[in-house]
Design a protein around this ligand. Structure first.
Ligand code: GTP
Ligand code: MG
Length: 238
């Protein structure tokens, strides 16, 4: 091979490499753009679910003079948390894989005052034509071994964008204030990074379990008191 042929080959090779780099770079750019759009879509789905809940609460407050919902919290899963979950399950790290494999990128937590509010809200949501219930886990009727209680729904709702309609999945967790109080502490303890050796985790777990049962009992009694008083009319408020 002559020197000029060699130089030409070298040139062709480096051009091809450059194209490869650009292509990979563009691929990453394209994927990043799609990821950003997907997160925006999940955020919109959350807002729609949130509005549905606020409407139900509003109607309740006018019709029955009380609010079944105490508060609503929502979040879109962070990119790091999405990455970790896919990685842990050995699933592909891509925008397609997120849509296919994860049901909890969009999460809404509904905190209710009483246990029966939870079932009312779940039933009223389930009846809505544009909302499809994909799955339900009732950890209130069937509490987890550790004492966790909450009502979980995975739903799919259409979100209308300028050029497409996307059916987005949202995880809805419905629980009482007391259940939420318990779950927050249990979550904090579970993710404690550094605990000294003399902390007896078994003892803490069984104490938490007892608290969960006490809380469940209190929730039932509070509901019972409310129901016993429901037939009497309210006094005019100041
Ligand atoms: P992931 O736990 O998200 O992988 O989902 P899963 O398929 O196990 O679904 P599940 O409905 O059991 O749990 C979904 C979510 O509920 C979790 O991500 C937590 O936010 C919450 N959750 C479930 N179990 C517990 C628990 O024991 N303690 C607390 N604090 N939260 C829980
Ligand atoms: Mg989750």
């Amino acid at each position: 091979m002559s020197r000029s042929e060699e130089m030409m080959n070298q040139e062709i090779r480096s051009q091809a490499e450059e194209r490869g780099r650009q292509k990979n770079g563009d691929g990453l750019f394209e994927e990043t753009k799609q990821f950003e759009e997907l997160m925006m879509m999940y955020d919109c789905a959350i807002r729609q679910v949130q509005t549905k809940l606020e409407i139900l609460d509003e109607e309740f407050s006018v019709r029955y003079r009380r609010n079944p919902i105490s508060s609503i919290e929502s979040r879109v899963k962070t990119p790091m948390s999405i990455y970790r979950k896919l990685k842990k399950r050995g699933q592909e790290i891509s925008v397609k894989s997120i849509v296919r494999n994860l049901n909890d990128v969009a999460g809404v937590r509904v905190i209710c005052n009483f246990i029966d509010d939870i079932y009312d809200i779940a039933r009223m949501l389930g009846r809505q034509d544009d909302l499809k219930v994909i799955s339900i886990k009732d950890y209130i009727r069937n509490p987890k071994e550790n004492g966790y209680r909450s009502y979980h729904m995975i739903v799919e709702i259409p979100v209308y964008f300028s050029r497409t309609t996307r059916y987005m999945r949202v995880e809805i967790q419905i629980r009482t204030i007391a259940m939420n109080f318990w779950a927050s502490l249990e979550h904090q303890i579970r993710y404690k990074k550094t605990l000294p050796g003399d902390v007896d985790l078994n003892a803490i777990s069984s104490e938490l379990r007892e608290c969960a049962d006490t809380i469940a009992e209190t929730d039932r009694r509070m509901l019972d008191i409310k129901n016993r008083l429901a037939k009497y009319e309210d006094m005019e408020e100041d």
